[in-house]
Design a protein around this ligand. Structure first.
Ligand code: FAD
Length: 390
């Protein structure tokens, strides 16, 4: 029987993964296996998952799992989001951008939106009628978000927005985009505001290329352009302008933790697949697993993966209890994505030449894993943040 990625580390389940979170994981796993995996090659070729799949995910209760029920969500916590992202990782459909939609975009609306905004947007985000994105990065501002140039000028009851963004996840499909703007460029970080753009309703909004990436092929990553784009002032998130930087700083820990979720899930899948492979494949008259080097390598990787899983589970426990502190969230993002890169690389090596062939899942994992060290704040920036706490 094939090794199960969810059980490859033989660890006890943390309390937050019990009962209905476990059931949600099973349901999400079934959905990803039956609805997404069979069409994944097509999605990679099209460089996006189709809208219909987003709608189906909504109907299955996989969108906005941690949003309150009164706004169309499932009333869960980050544990529920973790279960969904882990299922995505264990099935190997990492390009389906639900994690960003659920645990990054929707929470901005929940935490900073007015009652009216929450009632207007969250139910549609929960069905998949709205697909979410967050647009921070610009051609000239990535790690240094204070350098954002996109300008939002008040004009009556509208904002006139000019600027451009790049590398935006879900950027071709998204019709609900939280845009990081400067409402008062003189004030630097304190002049930053988050403004929601419902792309179906505005003029002056243009999507650029669906960017040609080395991995995560099934995810659309896009340039966006704003040319005198007019958005109602009521789309500002927060009760006044200038709150954007603080809002970003408050939400980034969860974004970073969920990058860790994807990392640990892929680590477990890579190990499970590799253990199966080395038991099957033979050289010099014996199975690859019978070489001591293979056993030592996999022993090291399993040990590190176990340390990673225990650390991740603890981060989630703390996050659910009251919010993970930004320094630990940075550690989770940096350390787990670094480990992911290492594990996937070593597992590919144990596949020999077959590991380099796209028909073997480990090859796709190798390509998909690389960006985890870059987005959500590069791992160098994570070390900078950790360093500041010393
Ligand atoms: C596939 C993909 C999806 C993405 N999705 C999104 C998204 O949905 N929304 C969004 O807003 N952005 C997104 N991004 C952008 C991503 O967050 C940025 O690429 C990232 O923050 C790095 O910014 P940069 O590319 O401008 O690199 P730069 O900031 O130019 O960095 C280049 C190098 O310099 C290093 N560096 C920079 N500053 C320092 C410093 N102070 N000390 C030490 N080293 C430093 C960096 O670590 C990096 O190695 C995505 C990117 C990719 C590739």
């Amino acid at each position: 029987m094939a090794t199960n990625p969810a059980e490859v580390l033989s660890l006890p389940k943390p309390a937050w993964a019990a009962d209905e979170v476990g059931m949600l994981y099973d349901m999400a796993h079934r959905f990803m296996s039956e609805e997404i995996a069979p069409r994944y090659d097509e999605f990679e070729k099209n460089e996006m998952v189709d809208r219909e799949s987003w709608r189906k995910a909504g109907a299955a209760g996989l969108l906005c799992a941690s949003m309150p029920e009164e706004y169309g969500g499932s009333g869960g916590t980050f544990a529920h989001e973790s279960a969904i992202i882990e299922a995505i990782g264990h099935v190997g459909v990492d390009g389906f951008g639900i994690g960003l939609h659920n645990s990054i975009v929707a929470p901005y609306v929940l935490h900073y939106g007015s009652e009216e905004q929450k009632k207007k947007w969250l139910p549609k985000l929960a069905t998949g009628e709205l697909i979410g994105a967050i647009a921070m990065t610009e051609p000239g501002a990535g790690s240094d978000l204070q350098g954002v140039k996109t300008r939002a000028q008040k004009d009556g009851n509208q904002y006139k927005i000019n600027g451009s963004k790049t590398f935006i996840t879900n950027g071709q499909l998204a019709n609900f985009i939280i845009v990081v703007t400067k409402t008062d460029p003189e004030k630097g970080a304190k002049g930053t505001s988050l403004i929601v753009v419902e792309t179906d309703e505005v003029e002056g909004f243009e999507r650029g290329r669906n960017l040609d990436k080395i991995g995560l092929k099934a995810n659309d990553t896009s340039e966006l352009f704003f040319n005198d784009m007019r958005v109602p002032t009521s789309n500002l998130l927060g009760h006044e302008e200038g709150q954007g930087f603080v809002q970003l700083m408050q939400q980034l820990p969860q974004e970073r933790l969920q990058i860790g979720t994807g990392a640990i899930a892929m680590i477990e899948r890579a190990l499970a697949l590799t253990i199966d492979y080395v038991k099957e494949r033979k050289a010099f008259g014996k199975a690859i697993i019978d070489f001591q080097n293979t056993q030592f390598k996999l022993a090291e990787l399993k040990t590190e993966a176990t340390i990673g899983r225990v650390f991740y589970n603890d981060c989630v426990t703390r996050h659910i209890a009251g919010g993970l502190d930004p320094v630990t969230a940075s550690m989770a993002k940096y350390w787990l994505s670094d480990l992911q890169g290492k594990v996937v690389d070593e597992c590919l090596q144990l596949h020999g030449g077959y590991g380099y062939m796209n028909e073997y899942p480990i090859a796709r994992m190798f390509r998909d894993a690389r960006v985890q060290r870059i987005y959500g704040g590069t791992n160098e920036i994570m070390k900078l943040l950790i360093g500041r706490s010393l």
